[in-house]
Write a protein that binds this ligand. Structure first.
Ligand code: ADP
Length: 722
């Protein structure tokens, strides 16, 4: 009996395509195959098999079953679920899932091994090389270095046949976690949380817990215990730990390595393609049992995923905003459900969504309310900038500078937090008032002094800072308005010429290694003043950091985002939470023009629950997340008239369902990006009142508004809420 294979292809196609299974190929679900698509052969994954033939429309045949790992059923199901959830085509998440499978394998390297033959002429240098080679094969350069001799000595031994060349493939095996090792001795409250989570993690079924503990309370120690329990429960069990930032990934990798005596698999954008391939294959084979990574690690082909930890679960970086749009935290819960795995969401400032789920009992709620040991939470004070403003052209107010001086005098460290990259967020012509913007995008160009360029942070466009205003031609009239981290660094260096000052932002730290180095040198006390964006403000433990100065506490409150207050609270609570550890009490000073604002008052009183309660009440009244759903539907196109017409058609086809409101069309917050105009609808819906997709403009619609016959206009549906 012939069979038909449905093959999902990692391309923007609406569904899996049917192919005939050639006789004897014996395909299985999840097999990677090569199939003809148009003139090409493309890699795909078998998602279904059924008996039958193409009937009178003969099907093309699967060309080859690839000698590659099989995608486990959970991964295939997850990819399909994620596509439905994100209202996207399944090829989009499949492309993410296959990223590691398509990366090149690590190349074999040339090494030299001792052959046993003695050299005709024995010299001390030669003896040292042979001694080094006895420890195992390695490259010629390595041998010379180890023996402390010139490369010529090594070459001489090769020529004489005492050393021979071998090709070796790098060891792709992962070290086995040592479950005999013990973690830290836990305090009573930590132990209670660890016991509950360990039971969950070893239980072999889906359940979610919110690990809600103040900064420094030992959440990491606690979830590592749960990881140990999961690994011990089954020799095949795998654990995934997700982090929002590469710098944090590095810190957690170090802790996992220390806890289990084995380095975990590392997965994020900065991992080289061969290393990715190695992790991907080892996850698929079950060889790699712990993965620490960024959100896309959720799409790895786990064979037996038993525990997923989402650390800093509130963090906005778990959301992917372009390409395949998804919220990593939500997908983690979905993957947990599909795999029958436990999920731990950890944070000092959980998202309102997760808190709500904990309140209503959908998630287990475990709280750690004190810092570990003698460490106390920092004292938080507000600096009213209306009363004690900085000098003109400066950004640090006298009380903050005085506190920095005291801190420096004690040999302790200061973190100045400003969530703004570059030197100045705006460059303006003082002659004509022109603001420098990107040519094809509605956003200000940010001045970067290190590179001497004006940069669009949205599209990456950049240009040298011009000598004259491009609008009115006035010479030397361009002035830098407002501060970015580089400008605050300049001020700190000016105020404290003898201090060691460093900047941590994505412009100054390019990769994981540099991030690790900077975090280490801060932890070692080699930096006195660190000026940082959010890249450094989260999760790290710096024992000598006792002062955190927030340069512009009001920054995140501007702009009308639904989560502005929540995010500001989370970010500032995280940033101030860096201050004071172990035996050194910390202090945090927040510079603000709005000290009476609820967010500032809650931070000062360190009363998260009061803030959450007030914010929840407002959201509930308005039916906004987590009490309702909110989605943005953004359409873009190069022609303003055509876009407007499209939006009007969309408006007429808008769902007319009780409990669903559609607002708009209106200009999107960024009305022009890369030459395309953008307009937006906002859809608010009661929970449970909408099942995707319900918006079908015209009869041609296929349920996905972006593919409804409007050639130059594209629409994306961005789900904003759980
Ligand atoms: P969190 O993840 O809540 O910020 P961590 O797990 O990073 O907290 O703990 C903060 C610091 O306290 C770390 O340096 C950690 O090693 C230490 N710590 C926490 N709990 C213990 C414990 N039970 N014994 C020893 N050190 C601990």
């Amino acid at each position: 009996m012939s069979r038909i294979a449905s093959v999902l292809i990692p391309m923007p196609l609406p569904e899996a395509f049917d192919y005939e299974e050639p006789e004897g190929m014996a395909l299985g679900l999840g097999d990677q195959v090569a199939v003809p698509l148009g003139p090409r052969l493309i890699r795909g994954v078998v998602t279904a098999l059924r008996d039958g033939t193409g009937g009178n429309r003969p099907l093309k045949a699967v060309a080859e079953r690839l000698d590659e790992p099989v995608l486990p059923p959970g991964t295939v199901e997850f990819v399909q679920w994620a596509a439905r959830y994100a209202v996207d085509v399944p090829g989009a998440p499949l492309a993410i899932a296959l990223r590691g499978a398509r990366a090149p394998r690590p190349k074999p390297t040339r090494v030299l091994a001792a052959t046993g033959r003695a050299p005709a002429r024995a010299t001390p240098a030669r003896a040292k090389v042979l001694e080094a080679a006895a420890a195992g094969p390695r490259s010629g350069a390595d041998l010379a270095r180890a023996a402390g001799v010139s490369p010529g000595v090594v070459k001489g031994l090769v020529d004489e046949g005492c050393l021979a060349e071998q090709l070796v493939t790098p060891d792709i095996r992962f070290e086995v976690p040592d479950l005999g090792r013990r973690g830290a001795t836990l305090s009573a409250s930590q132990a209670a949380a660890a016991t509950a989570l360990s039971e969950m993690a070893a239980g072999g079924r889906f359940e979610v817990a919110l690990l809600d503990g103040v900064t420094g309370s030992g959440k990491t120690e606690v979830y590592l215990e749960a990881a140990a329990a999961a690994l011990a429960s089954d020799p095949q069990a795998q654990v995934l730990i997700l982090l929002p930032e590469i710098a944090l990934t590095q810190a957690v990798i170090a802790r996992v390595t220390q806890r289990f005596g084995a380095r975990p698999g590392e997965w994020h954008s900065d991992v080289t393609p061969p290393a990715r391939r190695r992790v991907w294959e080892a996850v698929a084979s079950g060889d790699c049992r712990i993965v620490v990574g960024a959100r896309s690690a959720l799409f790895l082909p786990f064979r037996k995923l038993s525990l997923i930890v989402v650390d800093e679960e509130h963090d906005g970086s778990f959301k992917q905003e372009d390409g395949f749009i998804y919220q990593g935290r939500d997908l983690a819960v979905a993957r947990g459900k599909i795999e029958g795995a436990a999920v731990i969401l950890a944070s000092a400032t959980p998202s309102l969504e997760s808190l709500r789920n904990a309140e209503v009992g959908r998630y287990r709620w475990l709280r750690l309310s004190a810092r570990h040991g003698a460490a106390r939470l920092p004292d938080i004070e507000l600096i009213d900038l209306r009363e004690t403003p900085p000098e003109t052209g400066r950004w640090l107010s006298p009380p903050l500078v005085a506190a920095m001086r005291e801190t420096f005098a004690r040999g302790e460290q200061t973190l100045l937090f400003l969530n703004r990259r570059g030197y100045a967020p705006l460059v303006l012509c003082k002659a004509c008032g022109e603001r420098m913007t990107a040519p094809d995008t509605d956003s200000w160009l940010v001045e970067h002094r290190y590179s001497g360029r004006l940069v669009c942070h949205l599209t990456g466009f950049s240009m040298p800072k011009p000598a004259a205003c491009p609008h009115c031609g006035a010479k030397d009239s361009l002035v830098s308005i407002g501060p970015g981290v580089e400008r605050v660094e300049e001020e700190a260096r000016h105020l404290f010429p003898e201090a060691r000052v460093a900047v941590f932002s994505s412009d100054t730290i390019f990769d994981a290694r540099e991030a690790r180095r900077l975090v280490e040198s801060m932890a070692e006390g080699e930096i006195d003043i660190l000026v940082a964006t959010q890249a450094a403000a989260k999760g790290h433990n710096f024992p000598k950091l006792t002062l955190v100065g927030v340069v512009d506490a009001d920054l995140g409150l501007r702009g009308g985002d639904l989560r502005a207050a929540e995010r500001t609270y989370q970010l500032l609570a995280q940033a101030t939470g860096r201050a004071g550890r172990k035996d050194r009490p910390g202090r945090a000073l927040l510079q603000t023009y709005a000290p009476e604002h609820a967010v500032m008052q809650a931070l000062k009183a360190q009363d998260r629950d009061a803030f959450v309660e007030a914010e929840m009440a407002e959201r509930e009244l308005a039916g906004l997340p987590p009490f309702g759903r909110l989605a943005a539907v953004i359409a873009s196109g190069p022609d303003a008239g055509q876009l407007e017409a499209f939006m009007q058609t969309m408006a007429q086809a808008a769902p007319n369902t009780p409990g669903v409101e559609v607002y708009g069309p209106a200009d999107a917050p960024l009305g022009l990006v890369r030459g395309r105009r953008r307009k937006r609808f906002l859809v608010r819906a009661d929970r449970g009142s909408i099942s995707q997709p319900t918006w079908r403009p015209g009869a041609r619609g296929c349920g996905h508004p972006g593919r409804s016959g409007w050639p130059s206009t594209s629409t994306r549906t961005a789900s904003c809420s759980a």
